[in-house]
Design a protein around this ligand. Structure first.
Ligand SMILES: Cc1cc2nc3c(=O)[nH]c(=O)nc-3n(C[C@H](O)[C@H](O)[C@H](O)COP(=O)(O)O)c2cc1C
Length: 343
């Protein structure tokens, strides 16, 4: 089956086409990866590629409790232990660099959350001090956006230091890159706003800055055009995401990762496939059969599995043998200590 055939991702030789999807697990107290994480990730090293949980690029980038950071020596040292254990177990691991932007809260870091425009998210945010309303964000002036770009570059530098095989920019699920890209959250009239080309300027500047630390083929970008997390959206999602995919293709990054939540009747990977020349990774609800099918029809090059990996560290072997999978337990996704993580 194609799912179990090797794949060359740039210069990374993957033994199969199964990717472990990025999953926030909220088990890193003090923003430091634990020994549990070392075990959790290395147990999953048979994946063709592991995408790490979203790791914040600065204090202000944190969006939920006990998520890991990658912006100082202590955080990078803890990640290095994870990376080395994955490599020792024969695997490959990429750091997903995330900035929650407006989805953050001052309870995490004592600052106003950053956002491209003063558009407050729908709903409530859980902070260490309780369930709160979202806050009126800090909106950087044109000249101040460079400091946000630099946060991603610094995290990429630490990712390199920690030995990660690459980085993935988290542009999905209403995070900061998504907030700059989509019209519902970007009302700016400067060069970071306006039409779709203006709104993707931030993403492209981040990419350029990160390229100082990793070659393009070791960099990926994830999007979720069908997602509407906390009210994010776009007046022309097909145009906006198609334009981004073309620009990322021109920048010659290694992969585009599409969290393929439906956009109306469409699967975004279907209209993005032809726009991006590099590797296409899809995720969202794939099974052994549907993953095999999309690979056979050339709708994607690699398939990421999320929830199934939480309950099945040996997912690759189980899928290869066609064995029944353990059912995942959503109660252990974002909390629950060892259970559902390393047990
Ligand atoms: C517990 C959990 C945490 C997640 N955290 C992230 C994250 O940090 N970054 C991200 O891009 N996607 C995140 N996702 C989305 C997954 O990467 C994936 O797209 C989603 O689970 C769909 O794949 P699946 O149906 O195989 O689980 C998360 C999903 C789950 C279930």
């Amino acid at each position: 089956m194609k799912l179990f055939e090797p794949y060359l991702l740039g210069d990374l030789q993957l033994p199969n086409r199964i990717v472990m999807a990025p999953m926030t697990r909220n088990r890193s107290p003090g923003q430091i990866q634990s020994d549990w994480a070392v075990e959790h990730y290395s147990l999953r090293a048979t994946a063709g590629l592991i995408l790490s949980e979203s790791t914040q690029v600065s204090a202000r980038a944190q969006g939920s409790a006990d998520t890991p950071g990658l912006y100082n020596q202590a955080q990078a040292t803890a990640w290095k232990n994870v990376v080395e254990a994955v490599h020792d177990a024969g695997g490959r691991i990429v750091a997903q660099l995330g900035h929650a932007g407006r989805l953050s809260h001052s309870d995490y870091h004592g600052q106003k959350p950053a956002a491209p425009s003063p558009v407050i998210p729908e709903g409530f945010v859980r902070t260490p001090l309780g369930t709160k309303n979202y806050e009126d964000p800090w909106v950087p002036a044109t000249a101040e956006v460079a400091a946000l770009v630099e946060e991603f570059a610094l995290a990429a530098k630490w990712a390199r230091w920690a030995g990660f095989d690459g980085v993935e920019l988290h542009g999905a699920h209403g995070f900061l890159l998504d907030q700059f890209l989509q019209s519902a959250t970007n009302r700016r009239t400067d060069r970071y706003g306006g039409d779709a080309a203006g709104r993707r300027t931030f993403a492209l500047e981040v990419l350029q800055a990160v390229m100082a630390h990793f070659p393009g083929h070791r960099i990926g970008y994830t999007v979720s055009p069908g997602g509407n997390h906390k009210g994010i959206g776009d007046s022309d999602p097909i145009g906006t995401f198609t334009g981004l995919a073309r620009a990322l293709s021109q920048a010659r990054i290694g992969w585009l990762h599409v969290a393929d939540l439906p956009l109306g009747e469409l699967k975004p990977s279907e209209f993005l496939r032809g726009e991006f020349q590099g590797t296409l990774i899809v995720s969202e609800g794939y099974t052994r059969d549907s993953a095999q099918e999309i690979l056979e029809h050339n709708g994607a090059d690699l398939v990421a599995f999320g929830k199934a990996f939480t309950a099945n560290p040996d997912l690759v072997d189980l899928l290869r043998r066609g064995d029944r999978l353990e059912l995942h337990d959503p109660k252990t996704f974002y909390a629950g200590g060892k259970t559902g993580y390393i047990e």
